[in-house]
Design a protein around this ligand. Structure first.
Ligand code: PLP
Length: 365
């Protein structure tokens, strides 16, 4: 098989997705399956649909477009798709063309979506995102009512709901305080305007501990979560703990050894900047070590997001070289080394054209 490669076990992703669908259904919460870490993979998107997820979301309209236009997955042609990052003004037309719905925080963008939707003779749905403390995207709660009024005045736009996103920029944990605040905002919009909000999208994989952790938790008005990482890697994202009953090894990255030598643990000569300008992490080894180089680099993975097999340690990386140390076993030139990936490595591996994606087991679509 070609190297480097990312092997993706669609059976495990199917299992993770269907398990989360069932568990969240007990709390009357639906899932929007988020494909952004997979470059909008058609195989993964359609696996999520087979597993009972009824809508997909991605942060890039290019990924949504690719899924929509794929001939290999008819199920992706008309499944509801949401652009979960606020659309660029310059992409308003494409957003309306390929996504049914988008998450929004800026009236200027929604006005552009309204115009584009008018031109295309369509209605575009918007989810208004509110700021609940993580300080990434969101309308300030005190501005929500005015914004809703402005959006209601626009033609060809429908407010499908309200949403929030936590634990991304600042790591703020979703809890009953901020989730109850979201429910109260929903109530106040509904009472003020005499309307019903269909979707209340409470957050991402970081919300699972709150949503499923305690039977007593009142999930209030929240009826949707946008989930990517929990489905793909089987972990909640506040502490990266494995979620009970899910597979954490659906993805395996394999790279090939191109050099294997005994080398000094410490560099020789005057130390200045590295290829990326950062200081090199100091090695805490002395004497001679068994070092190998794998043909993969920062262009393809985040070295900090790799979990090496027992006895192998990642000690450095540049654009095209990953340096590992394996003192107990001799790695041979041509040997393949498998790694488990964290989110950062998965994201980059899926995006790199040099990493071949190999889908295991179930047929796509
Ligand atoms: C990335 C993202 C998600 C999904 O996050 P996961 O941690 O992968 O579940 C949900 N909502 C928004 C707005 C996002 O940007």
């Amino acid at each position: 098989m070609p190297a480097p490669r990312l092997e993706i076990d669609l059976d495990k992703i199917y299992h993770n997705a269907t398990t989360l669908v069932t568990r969240l259904a007990r709390r009357a919460i639906s899932i929007t399956g988020v494909t952004k870490a997979t470059l909008g993979s058609v195989e993964i998107g359609s696996t999520m649909l087979r597993a009972g997820i009824a809508a997909l979301g991605d942060s890039r309209i290019e990924n949504i477009r690719a899924m929509r236009l794929s001939d290999s997955a008819p199920s992706l042609k008309d499944v509801p798709m949401t652009l979960i990052r606020s659309p660029m003004l310059s992409q308003a037309m494409q957003t309306v063309l390929y996504a049914d719905c988008s998450c929004n925080t800026e009236i200027a963008v929604i006005e552009a979506l309204s115009l584009a939707a008018g031109t295309l003779n369509r209605t575009h749905q918007v989810v208004l995102m509110v700021e609940l403390g993580d300080l990434r995207e969101g309308i300030m709660p005190e501005d929500l009512i005015v914004t809703v009024q402005e959006v209601l005045d626009l033609p060809n736009i429908e407010i499908s709901g309200i949403g929030a996103n936590l634990a991304c920029r600042s790591g703020v944990a979703p809890d009953s305080t901020n989730m109850n605040a979201l429910s109260r905002l929903v109530d106040s919009v509904e009472t003020t305007f005499g309307m019903t909000l269909e979707t209340v999208s409470g957050g991402n994989s970081a919300n699972l501990a709150w949503a499923l952790g305690d039977e007593e938790t009142d999930t209030g008005r929240i009826n949707n979560l946008r989930l990517g990482e929990a489905i793909l890697l089987g972990r909640e994202t506040l502490h990266r703990r494995p979620i009970d009953g899910l597979h954490t090894d659906a993805m395996t990255l394999t790279a090939e050894v191109i050099e294997s030598k005994l080398k000094p643990a410490q560099p020789t000569g005057q130390i200045a900047q590295t290829a990326f300008g950062d200081p090199a992490p100091a090695s805490n080894h002395q004497g001679t070590v068994r070092q190998a180089i794998l043909a993969i680099g920062i262009q393809d993975i985040d070295p900090a997001g790799l979990q090496a097999p027992e006895g192998v340690e990642v000690v450095g990386a540049s654009s095209d070289h990953l340096i590992v140390q394996a003192d107990r076993t001799e790695l041979l030139v041509g040997q393949e080394i498998p790694f488990q990936v964290k989110y950062s490595a998965l994201l980059r591996a899926m995006t790199s054209p040099f990493v071949v994606k190999v889908f295991g087991d179930r047929a796509a679509a």
